[in-house]
Ligand binder design. Sequence first.
Ligand code: ADP
Ligand code: XUL
Length: 554
Amino acid sequence: MPQQEEKPKRTFLGFDLSTQKLKAILLNAELNVVTTAEVKFDSDLPEFRTQGGANPGPNKHEYFVQPVMWVKAMDIVLDRLVMQEADLSTVVAISGSAQQHGSLYWSKHGIASLNNLDADRFLHTQVDDSAFVLNRTPIWMDASTAKQCFEMETAIGGQTEMVQQTGSKCYARFTGPQIRKIYQQRTHAYEDAQRISLVSSFLASIFLGKVAAIDYADGSGMNLLDIRNKTWSKACLNACAPDLEERLGETVSGLTVLGNICDYFVQRFCFPPDCKVVACTGDNPSALAGMLVDNNWLSISLGTSDTLMMCLEEPPNLEEGHVLCHPTETQQYMGLLCFRNGSLVREAINKSEAGGNWDKFNELLESTPRGNFGNMALHFNEVEIIPKAKGTLRWNKEVQASSHDAIKGIIKFSSPQIEIRALIEGQMLHHRAISEDMGFHFGNETKILATGGASVNKSILQIIADVFNAPVYIQTESEAALLGAAYRAAYAYYINNNEHAESQPKGYRDYILSLTPNHLKLVCEPNKDSEAIYAPMLQRYRDMALILENNKSQ
Ligand code: ADP
Ligand code: XUL
């Protein structure tokens, strides 16, 4: 007998089925990356003729995907992992993240094929077009359901009621309005659909060999889930389509082990037969899980749009923005705010004021003092989501919130330096005000996690630190949604494992951080005078915004 039994080699596998690609990541027992593999839809699967991972539909605002493309991608990504000598026989748990809101409609034949996958054949020859009553799945980019949104909100007693129950007003891309459109326009297909999956629960279904439950967090993006009770809202189901509950099935926590991997993957890719399949979730909740943040953290993604995520104790019932059930139960809820005028506006001002050179842009930005002599701007080049407004406004220190000039603003600032600082400070004041409205409490413990393309820009991050009066960190590993999938697999495995039965199991965040503590890097701290400068500016921004709001409603 050896003195100490050798620990079995354990790995965890995470997937992210995003808009443009399917990516897999294999983590070892210490949660370090062993290997990754990916399949890009446009270039690796050109036969589906996607652009940016989607196909435009025949009618205006329609976007779809053929689900068999995703099935094919799963075979390929697993092959690519094997080709990189990943030992899949060590994988003890799997989970996934996927683009939110898309819906798949299983046929009777499809469910039978899923239950009886033949390991000698490719997946996509078994879960093929005929596995679904619609071989085109509407995805989140689809904006064709304004009519159904109106109908659903009206049926349950208005927009406020929809927000109260589901955490969001009806959005065209959300799954409920999409299902209703299919029920109305393809009634026979709807009637033939045995089950409906989200993209995330579809991913889990393939590994499980049966239709998987929808998790609470991704379920919150449907306008169908009562986010307080974590059950389907009868009123919303009735407002959507008949006999819907039986098609949706039960909902579960995103930390649930749904079962063992099906035999197909054991035979074909050498997974162990007791490898656990953990509920999959949407890409935004999964990113929050991958960032390992608690209620002190505000995460700001500076991508094409600026997206803010936070943990919340209570839903704020905001007219805009989304409240979702928290993916890892670190807190009750997560808040999600998306602002359309992010990087593209910064790029436009960079072009007009600094010739498109970010170094020059930063030099000009840093040559102006914090507070910008009282100059402030709002640039909504596209109609902003919150507030729903379009246009540019510049205010100098003479413009009073109470005067008519607040609505008109001034034409131009006196220098590119002032223009650039006014843009960045204005964006961040706007983001801070709305995240406060959503219920985020700023205090001494507040920290910011910056991600996305513009998070490489330290001058912008310094302004974030000052306006939010909080230190700014970046992640050392990118792709939070993908990491979040593998982390959830590891945690669900841990809480389901007998070896911890006697002690009180750690919470999700504590457990993952105990294995992989150094995932963040501090990049900027607020200057000492930042609160003194930006607190009055924030109030001024709010006063100005109120004038605009009142003016709009007159
Ligand atoms: P998405 O994931 O939404 O496609 P990314 O997170 O990749 O977007 O971010 C892309 C954006 O990052 C670009 O639009 C660009 O303006 C911005 N960006 C890249 N480098 C810089 C930089 N040095 N400073 C500011 N913004 C930058
Ligand atoms: C969120 C949303 C997108 C998709 C695709 O509401 O529509 O972020 O999840 O990434």
